[in-house]
Design a protein around this ligand. Structure first.
Ligand SMILES: Nc1ncnc2c1ncn2[C@@H]1O[C@H](COP(=O)(O)OP(=O)(O)OP(=O)(O)O)[C@@H](O)[C@H]1O
Ligand SMILES: [Mg+2]
Length: 173
């Protein structure tokens, strides 16, 4: 079983993936480490290079979890794609706490309001993404939900944060 977890920065991918990997006894592939090694001078990651390295790494692996926000940018051969979603106001608080610059916080919050990751998965993958609403949930609850989806006992969540865009537009951020 190959599970991919993506979503905007700060939505809880790493926290959830670590728990899920333990629960399902799957290897957790560290994409952040690979991405760090291929950053250019502007601190951007070459996603084509990243895809190539990941494809080589997973070629012979059948059971793993792979997580990163960049995984929505290109297609990987997996069985499940989960997009973790988090309410923009909650996400903003988390990113501020992380000492992100104001610009970076707002960029990421806007991306979450616009379903950026989900839309990218829809465009880049043949497999349909399963969205998981994580706001106000503990990582353990989120893991339980993901396992239920994998077992076919439940479906993903319907997420719509478009109403947050109104305030966003009014403030003129
Ligand atoms: N379910 C949750 N409830 C409350 N806080 C959470 C939850 N999950 C994660 N967090 C907190 O949010 C922050 C981001 O979590 P995490 O590092 O798991 O996100 P991420 O999606 O992996 O981010 P990145 O894309 O930057 O790696 C951390 O400070 C973490 O403690
Ligand atoms: Mg992470």
């Amino acid at each position: 079983m190959r599970i991919l977890i993506t979503g905007s920065p700060g939505t809880g991918k790493t926290s959830v993936s670590k728990l899920l990997a333990k629960e399902l006894d799957l290897e957790l592939i560290n994409v952040k480490k690979i991405a760090l090694g291929i950053k250019n001078k502007k601190s951007e990651v070459d996603v084509r290079k990243l895809k190539k390295i990941i494809l080589t790494k997973i070629k012979k692996k059948k059971r793993f979890i792979i997580e990163n926000h960049l995984l929505c940018e290109f297609r990987l051969p997996v069985n499940f794609i989960f997009v973790l979603r988090c309410r923009p106001d909650i996400l903003r608080r988390r990113l501020i706490k992380r000492k992100y610059s104001n610009k970076k916080v707002e960029e990421n919050v806007l991306a979450e309001m616009l379903d950026y990751c989900t839309q990218n998965v829809v465009n880049n993958y043949k497999l349909k993404p399963v969205e998981i609403e994580t706001s106000k949930k503990r990582s353990t609850q989120i893991v339980k939900k993901i396992i239920s989806v994998i077992n076919g006992k439940t479906t993903g969540d319907k997420v719509d944060y478009s109403k947050y865009l109104i305030n966003y537009a009014r403030k003129g951020i």
